[in-house]
Design a protein. Structure first.
Length: 112
């Protein structure tokens, strides 16, 4: 009898852990608004590079609103990336911010 309950409890624990992992890895990030993306885009430049995984994550944070950002890919346009030592790099108010930034950080840095 005790073995039966042990197996059932183990199964429930495994199912709960699996559900937590599934839902936490598949939660959809709320898409940024067009207005906010335009504001950030007007006040910044995002330097990325083909093959940069952090750049890809940064771009994916904007979803379909990425079109409103000023994005320069240093792989294709190295002449436009003079002084850029790492990607992603944000240039806001002539100041460089290296690394992936959250939407909240970008709102604060741009004043959007």
């Amino acid at each position: 009898m005790k073995k039966k309950y042990k197996g059932l409890i183990t199964l429930i624990i495994i199912l709960v852990i699996t559900a937590i992992i599934y839902f936490s890895s598949n939660k959809q990030q709320e898409e940024i608004s067009e207005t906010l993306a335009k504001c950030i885009g007007e006040k910044s430049i995002l330097y990325v590079q083909l093959g940069c995984s952090h750049c890809k994550v940064q771009e994916e944070m904007f979803g379909s609103q990425i079109k409103y950002l000023n994005v320069i890919d240093c792989f294709y346009f190295p002449e436009k990336c003079e002084g850029i030592t790492a990607t992603p790099t944000w240039v806001i108010n002539e100041e460089k911010y290296i690394g992936k930034k959250s939407i909240e950080e970008l709102k604060e840095l741009t004043g959007c």
